[in-house]
Design a protein around this ligand. Structure first.
Ligand SMILES: [Zn+2]
Ligand SMILES: [Zn+2]
Length: 254
């Protein structure tokens, strides 16, 4: 599965995943024009290489370029709850992620992609993460904004060979940083906040087996994190398991 990080960070997130025959976007969090430029720069043709857009949640940094869907007639999937916060997508392109017994149903897209949404914990109506499976046994999981990675999430994410996960803040930088107490509390809240480097590292320590997994740390806060701190936290956690970067797994901070 080819992974292209089209944008990430507090001002916009967008990932393109491409199997042999099918491409999708997870989120479209840059304005349409900007998104089109970035897709082109990654050799992705918006008219032919995107068969669906999957939304994690309706915050601006994840949805502000969703009008791309109207222009190229791409269906957009989001949970019922998150559609409440999304406007500007043509009615006939809207798809709802359905649940059965409170579990999300699998979406089949193109010839060979299966998408499995799962619940995450964030300051939104009904936010989700995704596992995307191609026909060749490759799984990529995408977990953006969430205050924690719980056991149900770990179960969904387990066995992936691509982990695209938020590493939002360094706990110490957040505590000593410029934000007021309200915002600090919100960001650290396990039910509506964001993942710290330590939380992301602890989850990856459980998930990564050293089978050459590719790890992308994303959505770093520009005020409360640095790529070095995020990378260090994850490398140390995996080193405790005897795993070494570029030998047992491949880490990128984006
Ligand atoms: Zn958010
Ligand atoms: Zn976000």
């Amino acid at each position: 599965m080819r992974v292209s990080i089209i944008a990430t960070g507090s001002d916009g997130n967008c990932i393109h995943l491409q199997s042999e025959t099918t491409g999708i976007l997870i989120d479209a969090g840059k304005w349409k024009r900007d998104l089109e430029k970035r897709l082109l720069a990654n050799n992705i043709n918006a008219a032919t290489d995107i068969q669906g857009i999957f939304v994690t949640h309706a915050h601006g940094d994840h949805i502000k370029g969703l009008t791309l869907a109207n222009k190229y007639r791409i269906p957009v999937w989001a949970t019922d709850g998150e559609w409440k916060g999304i406007s500007g997508v043509d009615e006939e392109l809207r798809r709802v992620l359905e649940t059965t017994w409170s579990k999300y149903e699998r979406i089949e897209i193109g010839d060979d992609l299966h998408v499995y949404p799962f619940k995450v914990h964030h300051d939104a109506y009904e936010p989700v993460g995704y596992v995307v499976e191609d026909g060749w046994g490759n799984n990529a999981c995408v977990v953006f904004d969430t205050g924690q990675i719980d056991d149900e999430m770990l179960e969904m994410m387990e066995g992936s060979n691509v982990y695209i996960v938020e590493a939002n803040h360094d706990v110490e930088m957040l505590q000593n940083g410029p934000y007021d107490d309200y915002l600090k509390d919100r960001i650290s809240d396990p039910h509506r906040g964001h993942l710290s480097n330590d939380q992301t590292a602890a989850a990856l320590q459980k998930l990564v087996k050293g089978r050459g997994e590719r790890i992308y740390l994303t959505h770093l806060s520009s005020n409360n994190n640095t790529p070095e701190l995020a990378s260090h936290a994850v490398r140390m956690a995996l080193f405790e398991k005897g795993l070494i970067n570029k030998r047992d797994y491949f880490l990128e901070v984006v």
